[in-house]
Write a protein that binds this ligand. Structure first.
Ligand SMILES: NC(=O)c1ccc[n+]([C@@H]2O[C@H](COP(=O)([O-])OP(=O)(O)OC[C@H]3O[C@@H](n4cnc5c(N)ncnc54)[C@H](O)[C@@H]3O)[C@@H](O)[C@H]2O)c1
Length: 312
């Protein structure tokens, strides 16, 4: 039987996720959105692209959750994106309600699903999804770290003119401006970045990575990034469906890792068919541990704001 992935929210990230996934030919797809006709139109358009690229995937667009029944993976991208000048946390109130509805409507139809959450504020929306679905923590994963690390990899590639395939970067922490690019663990073909790049160039890459989403929001003026975020979701979905045991940075529920308990937070996780198989914990030096602690404080604050807003 073919895998089935349902994507809730057929906007920029949702429809682009469908595009990347259809090209991988790993699952039939369902696109759900509240806007009438839009998911149907996008699904039909994508379906008509597939003869050209030679992929056999069934794609349904709908305003009704019935078609999501029996999904292996639910991707939640429904919600408002940032506008210039907004932080991700500014989206909390509006998006909590949208994610609540998306979770409640999908979990009753796909109780065996694994959730990949994209909606911002990311760490907190993943927390909400886990609480409402009552799924075990390994079955709810937030997408942030692959994207933030890919931004850093892209900037390193632009600086050094080296293939992105040789560049390995790890960005941990909350998906906000306090995220923590781990320069000591990041490398090009095994050589630590700190040995290749002058300190000022590395610092500028770290800062640009932290503000990478905001840079695109201010350029686009309406909406936020979608190619890179959706490519990251597609990589996670593939790792799960193919049971790859792939280690990637993502937002996971913390149960003691890095001294944190009870929040979703960016860490390197190993993904397979059961979801998160393990969380890989790095040995940190003092400055890295301090930076993670600062990032965690920001996530705690938003998590508390969520708990004041929604009864979970
Ligand atoms: N975690 C990340 O790395 C990351 C990256 C990019 C975007 N995002 C977030 O993802 C979300 C979506 O971004 P986007 O660029 O796709 O925005 P978008 O506006 O293009 O799409 C969002 C879609 O959600 C739909 N929607 C709203 N309420 C809904 C509901 N109740 N049920 C179903 N669909 C509903 C809207 O109609 C819209 O089509 C935003 O919150 C954005 O901040 C996260």
């Amino acid at each position: 039987m073919k895998n089935k992935v349902s994507i809730i929210g057929a906007g920029m990230t949702g429809s682009t996720t469908a595009h990347w996934l259809a090209e991988r030919e790993i699952a039939d797809l369902v696109l759900v959105d509240v806007v009438e006709g839009m998911p149907q139109g996008k699904a039909l358009d994508l379906q008509q692209a597939l003869p050209v690229v030679g992929k056999d995937v069934k794609i349904i667009g709908t305003n009704d959750y019935e078609a999501t029944a029996g999904s292996d993976i639910i991707v939640i991208t429904a919600g408002l994106p940032r506008k210039p000048g907004m932080s991700r946390d500014d989206l909390l109130t509006a998006n909590a309600e949208i994610v609540r509805k998306a979770t409640e409507e999908t979990i009753k139809r796909s109780p065996e699903a694994i959730y990949v959450v994209l909606t911002n504020p990311l760490d907190v929306m993943a927390f909400l999804t886990m609480k409402l679905s009552k799924l075990p923590p390994e079955r709810v994963i937030g997408q942030a770290g692959i994207l933030d690390s890919a931004r850093m990899r892209a900037f390193v590639g632009m600086e050094l003119g080296v293939s992105v395939e040789n560049i390995h970067c790890y960005v941990l922490g909350g998906h906000g401006d306090e995220m923590v690019p781990l320069t000591r663990h990041s490398n090009v073909a095994g050589v630590p970045l700190r040995e290749i790049l002058p300190a000022d160039r590395l610092e500028s890459i770290v800062n640009r990575t932290r503000k990478g989403g905001g840079e695109i929001v201010s350029l686009l003026k309406t909406g936020s990034a979608y190619y890179a975020p959706s490519a990251a979701v597609a990589q996670m979905v593939e790792a799960i469906l193919k049971d790859k045991h792939l280690a990637v940075p993502a937002s996971a529920y913390m149960r003691g890792e890095y001294g944190l308990n009870g929040i979703f937070f960016g860490a390197t996780v190993q993904l397979g068919r059961q979801g998160i198989e393990k969380i890989i914990v790095y040995k940190l030096d003092e400055s890295e541990a301090d930076a993670l602690e600062k990032s965690a404080e920001a996530v705690w604050q938003t998590t508390e704001a969520l708990q004041a807003l929604v009864k979970i």
